[in-house]
Design a binder for this molecule. Structure first.
Ligand SMILES: Cc1ncc(COP(=O)(O)OP(=O)(O)O)c(N)n1
Ligand SMILES: Cc1nc(C(=O)O)sc1CCOP(=O)(O)O
Ligand SMILES: [Mg+2]
Length: 233
């Protein structure tokens, strides 16, 4: 841990921050409800990794999602695939699950547990991602110890019924103009066609659900997003 930004807040070390920045490149989010019928989530994840994703978030949420033992089993299977390939495995919302699995990190929103409390539960080395929709929310998340920020929705999304109004790339630009240097990832309605605009606005990467999970070729979609994000293999 280090107080590299001189603000008294403990975050992952400089070396880890470089790793987090790289991991933001193409950040796939998926739970069982995002996977087309007849496809094994593990196979979809493997194909996305072949295509070049750099981070994975397990987000088991919404109508028809798994709970209890079934959720735990799916999370373990997907974490094993990530481990095989050196891809960070991040858990959405469910801090207890992240602790049980010794996940690489968690992602939380404004209505979830504050980052400062999460750090004490998941340990010094784990990555904490926080969603922010304004510069003020971003500053608060960073003061609480967030290691990266998820900024969205950039474009309209069909994957999150309670998503806020899309705000384009404006906040990414504002955050960089305000001197905020932490890793940022754009989210919401991002596709291979618009991903480069998100990077040009200051994001270190793009986070997607449907652009990969619903693509005719998962591998090609991941590869196109990696190209748009400027990822050099
Ligand atoms: C990378 C990333 N960015 C933003 C979100 C959204 O988180 P949140 O606002 O908590 O909403 P839910 O995903 O929990 O519905 C995210 N999950 N990942
Ligand atoms: C999980 C999530 N969070 C968002 C936010 O704006 O915070 S948008 C979103 C869904 C992203 O899915 P897709 O890539 O299919 O648009
Ligand atoms: Mg959340």
């Amino acid at each position: 841990m280090s107080d590299r930004h001189g603000d008294g807040v403990r975050r992952v070390s400089d070396r880890q921050e470089d790793g987090v920045r790289r991991a933001m490149g193409v950040y796939l989010i998926m739970g069982s409800t995002n996977v087309p019928a007849g496809i094994d989530p593990e196979d979809l994840l493997r194909e996305a990794i072949e295509g070049g994703i750099t981070c994975f978030q397990f987000r088991e949420k919404g109508s028809g999602s798994l709970a209890g033992e079934a959720k735990l089993e799916l999370a373990k299977r997907l974490q094993a695939v990530c481990r095989e390939h050196g891809i960070p495995f991040i858990v959405n919302d469910d801090i207890s699950l992240a602790v049980v699995l010794k996940a690489d990190g968690v992602h939380v929103g404004q209505d979830d547990e504050p980052a400062a409390e999460i750090r004490a539960r998941i340990g010094a080395e784990a990555i904490i991602g926080v969603s922010a929709h304004t510069v003020a929310e971003a500053r608060k998340a960073l003061a609480d110890g967030a290691d990266y920020l998820g900024i969205g929705p950039i474009y309209p999304t069909g994957s999150k019924p309670d998503a806020k109004v899309p705000q384009g790339t404006r906040l990414l630009e504002e955050l960089r103009d305000a001197g905020i240097t932490v890793p940022l990832v754009g989210i919401g309605g991002i596709t291979p066609d618009n991903a480069s605009a998100v990077i040009a606005a200051g994001a270190d990467g793009v986070s997607v659900i449907s652009a990969i999970t619903l693509a005719p070729s998962v591998r090609d979609a991941a590869r196109q997003l990696a190209d748009a994000a400027g990822i050099v293999k």
